[in-house]
Design a protein around this ligand. Sequence first.
Ligand code: AMP
Length: 189
Amino acid sequence: MNLILLGPPGAGKGTQAKSLCDKFNLCHLSTGDILRNEVTEQTDLGKQAKSIMDKGELVSNNIILEIIKKFINENLSKYQGFLFDGFPRSAEQADMLDTILNDISVSINKVILLDVDQSILLNRIIKRKEEEGRKDDNEDVLKSRLDVYFTQTQPLIDYYSKLKLLEKVDGTKEIIQVNQDINMIMEAI
Ligand code: AMP
C-alpha cells in the first residue's frame, strides 16, 4: 500500500504520517525531514538546500530526485509500502514519482488531502515554532511557503482527483478524529 499525504504547511501531515506508518507498517518518506537531516549533518546537499529552505521555496528537482531514489532503494523491502509526506509538491514532481514507481512496479493506492483553512494554518505554525523551533516556521517564510503551496502544489488536487485517487479529510478536527477518518479510508483500500 502506497499513499501520498497532501495538504498545506501546518495541516498536520507529519503528525498523521507517524501514526499511520506505525499502524500500517509503512515507511514514512518525508522530504522535509530528510532535507532537515542533511542540513543538520552539514552535507553538500544540505548546504545547497539550506538557504532555499530558509526562504520557504522549493529546492531543485535534481536534489529531490536524488534523495527520493536513495531513500526508496534503502527501504523498499523493509515495509508494506511508502507514505509520501511533502512530496510530490508540483506537477513535475508528480511525474517524477510516477516514473520512479513504474520502474519498481509499484503504484499509488490513495492520495489523502488534509484540508485546512488558511486562517487556521498561521496559528498552528506559530504554535509549532514554539514547540519544535523550526527556523522556517515564522510569518514571512510561512507566507512564501503558502504561496508555493497554492501555486505549485494545489494543482495536484485536480491531478489526483482525475485519477480517482483523491480522498479529502477535514484536517481542522481533533488529531485523533482526523486519524480515525484516515484509518477508515485505509481500511477500505
Ligand atoms: P516540509 O517539512 O515538508 O514543510 O518541508 C520543509 C522545506 O523543505 C520546504 O519549505 C522546502 O524548502 C523543502 N522541501 C521539502 N520537500 C520538498 C519537495 N518535495 N520539493 C522541494 N522542496 C521541498
